[in-house]
Design a protein around this ligand. Structure first.
Ligand code: AMP
Length: 147
């Protein structure tokens, strides 16, 4: 099996997201792969724009909320020693944005939790399921127990 070059962690800040991310970090170290981190902002009203889902974080009316989100991502990234340049905060639907960013950034492994905020009652959460179906690269769904 050839080694992975670029691993993307999809993080939703659910309780077990650090566990998912640490697994990705270990894998990246073993494979000497680049490690990137993505959080998709799906709970804030999408600004009216014709420029798709990626919006400059400085050009929005809700700067306070965005600053909080940026800080949260920076703190999470710091725990994993992921450089700022490898961190992504994107507006939109998680399942779409994860797959799209992976393609744009030549990611060859996406790491998600088996379930997160949307899929507590499911064996495989809806985001993980959609990413598995639509990603062009490999996907690792880290099995998470409910407790
Ligand atoms: P869910 O489908 O909500 O149960 O989530 C399954 C997994 O998809 C999570 O463990 C994350 O890895 C990923 N995920 C869900 N929502 C997001 C989000 N807003 N941003 C990034 N990744 C997400």
């Amino acid at each position: 099996m050839s080694s992975y070059q670029h691993i993307l962690i999809a993080c939703d800040y659910s309780v077990q997201s650090l566990q998912v991310a640490l697994k990705a970090k270990t894998l990246a170290e073993q494979q000497q792969a680049k490690l990137s981190l993505l959080h998709v902002l799906d709970n804030i009203a999408m600004p009216d724009t014709a420029y798709g889902t990626v919006i400059s974080l400085d050009k929005t009316s809700d700067n306070w909320h965005l600053e909080q989100e940026k800080n949260k991502l920076a703190e999470f990234a710091q725990q994993l020693e992921i450089p700022q340049g490898n961190c992504w905060l994107i507006w939109g639907l998680p399942k779409q944005e994860i797959v799209q960013l992976a393609q744009e950034q030549a990611v060859d492994l996406i790491v998600v939790g088996s379930h997160g905020r949307h899929g507590l009652a499911l064996l495989l959460g809806s985001t993980a399921n959609a990413v598995l179906h639509h990603a062009k690269c490999d996907v690792l769904a880290v099995r998470l127990q409910d407790d």
